[in-house]
Design a protein around this ligand. Structure first.
Ligand code: OAD
Length: 260
């Protein structure tokens, strides 16, 4: 750990690792979208799970018990993320993708902001809130209407309730997305871990996979997490400040060229 060095020197050392890397992998969580106005889950006062009980909203059994409550909660969040825009942290990750030979961004976020910012090599480990699927046959619904007041809309093919295409607790992650993220963790030179509490598995295991394979793990977070002590660099601050600073420190000449 390089925690005792002054922040600028830690940033410069981490940037040097980034600039040298052939393969950069990134794991992001809700903190990367916080500056866009999307609430996180576990922040003590503002996190969604401080106000709502995930067992009542983000599990298959909650949906079975009260499908309309769950549908409406996600519909409200879907409407909310449609009103926000990517921030400087999302854009800095697009910038990194353009500068390194190999890159993969694995996000736990369901808000679609990385894609909207322009990230291309992207896997969504927990799904995407903009998509809706059937709770029985799992086909993706191209459209739906909210006609029935007391129930969620139904699948056009099998008439089961529709649900958001997000991963709930007790459910498996999309196998292809998880395999791609695990491969990237095993093969990357640098893993950036941005804005995640690093508490939810299997995503939380990716930094250990990367470290075990010899990668340099750089955490960017506004607070300490269970990962902090195991990271090679823990850069404290807001992702929208730290990531652009890291890019600028890693590629100073290129950054100067890109500036207006
Ligand atoms: P959490 O809410 O658990 O953690 C957000 C992290 O972001 C915390 O460590 C904060 O300190 C940090 N943070 C907040 N604002 C930040 C900022 N501006 N810059 C940098 N860091 C900031 O969110 P996740 O780790 O994404 O799963 O949560 C993981 C999963 O748990 C989510 O995908 C979701 C949730 O239950 C499902 O819904 C399946």
């Amino acid at each position: 750990m390089h925690e005792k060095s002054p922040p600028e020197s830690r940033l410069a050392e981490a940037a040097a690792q980034l600039a040298r890397a052939c393969y950069v992998a990134v794991l992001t969580g809700a903190g990367v979208s916080a500056e866009s106005g999307v609430p996180t889950f576990r922040d003590a006062l503002t996190g969604l799970w401080a106000t709502f009980d995930p067992r009542e909203l983000a599990t298959p059994s909650a949906f079975a018990r009260n499908p309309k409550l769950v549908w409406d909660w996600y519909a409200e969040r879907r409407a909310q993320v449609a009103t926000v825009a990517p921030n400087a942290a999302h854009r800095a990750l697009v910038d990194i993708e353009a500068r390194v030979p190999r890159f993969l961004l694995a996000t736990q976020n369901v808000d679609g902001l990385h894609r909207r910012a322009g990230s291309r090599a992207l896997v969504e480990l927990h799904g995407n809130i903009a998509r809706v699927k059937c709770s029985a046959c799992m086909c993706i619904a191209a459209r739906w209407d909210e006609a029935e007041d007391a129930l969620p809309p139904r699948c056009a093919r099998c008439a089961a309730f529709l649900r958001p295409d997000v991963v709930w607790f007790e459910e498996l992650l999309p196998a292809g997305a998880l395999a791609a993220a695990e491969d990237a963790a095993r093969e990357c030179d640098v893993l950036l871990v941005v804005g995640t509490s690093a508490e939810v598995y299997p995503a939380a295991a990716l930094p250990d996979t990367a470290r075990a394979a010899g990668a340099c793990v750089i955490e960017i977070n506004s607070a300490t997490t269970p990962l902090t002590a195991r990271a090679d660099f823990a850069l404290r601050g807001r992702a929208g400040d730290v990531l652009p600073a890291l890019v600028h420190a890693a590629w100073p000449a290129a950054s100067a060229l890109l500036s207006p």
